[in-house]
Design a protein around this ligand. Structure first.
Ligand code: ZN
Length: 124
């Protein structure tokens, strides 16, 4: 078995709905609307000596679905957190995945890809 630690990066699509009170922004974000993001979840560790996998992709998908995708699909962003910047969203997604009931410390980074130019990386 390899003595090397590995990083697995798996990409997910995420859509967020939100509304920012008009007194804070004079743009389209004052109406209820959605944003599409890509989220790269990075997991670190050693491959399992039996399976050869760092983590089961099915298990990772299940954790990301129940921890991130489902809650953010079912509620608008402004009901889940106060700050709605890319930085704040990436930080919150990272905190949720770092919880012991989710991926714990094996999750070493979350990248929120907002546009071709903007990527917010929360990491240890
Ligand atoms: Zn918006």
């Amino acid at each position: 078995m390899s003595p090397h630690q590995f990083l697995l990066t798996r990409r997910y699509k995420m859509s967020l709905v939100h509304q920012i009170p008009a007194e804070f922004v004079g743009n389209e974000c004052s109406q209820l609307h959605g944003h599409d993001f890509k989220v790269d979840v990075v997991v670190a560790g050693m491959p399992d000596p039996v399976t050869g996998f760092l983590i089961s992709r099915l298990e990772l998908d299940r954790i990301v679905e129940t921890t991130l995708l489902k809650p953010y699909r079912e509620k608008p962003l402004h009901e889940l957190q106060n700050k709605m910047t890319g930085e704040a969203i990436a930080a919150r997604l990272f905190e949720l995945l770092r919880a012991p009931s989710a991926l714990g410390e094996s999750c070493v980074s979350v990248n929120l890809i907002e546009t071709r130019k903007n990527r917010f990386q929360a990491t240890v």
